[in-house]
Design a protein around this ligand. Structure first.
Ligand SMILES: [Zn+2]
Length: 95
């Protein structure tokens, strides 16, 4: 099974979902808020804490297309649904 799913569903070698201007990965920590604290999005208790790793694309003059945490969501802990909402709402600001 290796069907084309379009740009929005593409994953890179590290398992990040790659979009036009950013890429992200959401995975379970396997632990609850007892270990990681309340959801960073809604502030409520989480029975299974997920971690979001979000990076933004930029063009490095020497290295070419690269990824950075600067100026975006970066890393966040919380509910899977909250993190997905955060990524869905992320819009790259064009200077
Ligand atoms: Zn939440």
């Amino acid at each position: 099974m290796n069907e084309q799913k379009g740009l929005a569903q593409m994953k890179d070698a590290e398992g990040f979902t790659v979009r036009d201007q950013d890429k992200y990965q959401i995975r379970s920590t396997g632990y609850s808020s007892d270990r990681f604290g309340a959801c960073e999005c809604c502030g409520k208790h989480v029975s299974e804490v997920f971690i979001l790793n979000h990076q933004m694309r930029y063009d490095d003059p020497e290295l070419g297309p690269s990824w950075t945490y600067y100026g975006n969501i970066g890393m966040k802990f919380g509910h899977e649904a909250c993190l997905k909402r955060l990524v869905a709402a992320f819009v790259v600001a064009v200077a």
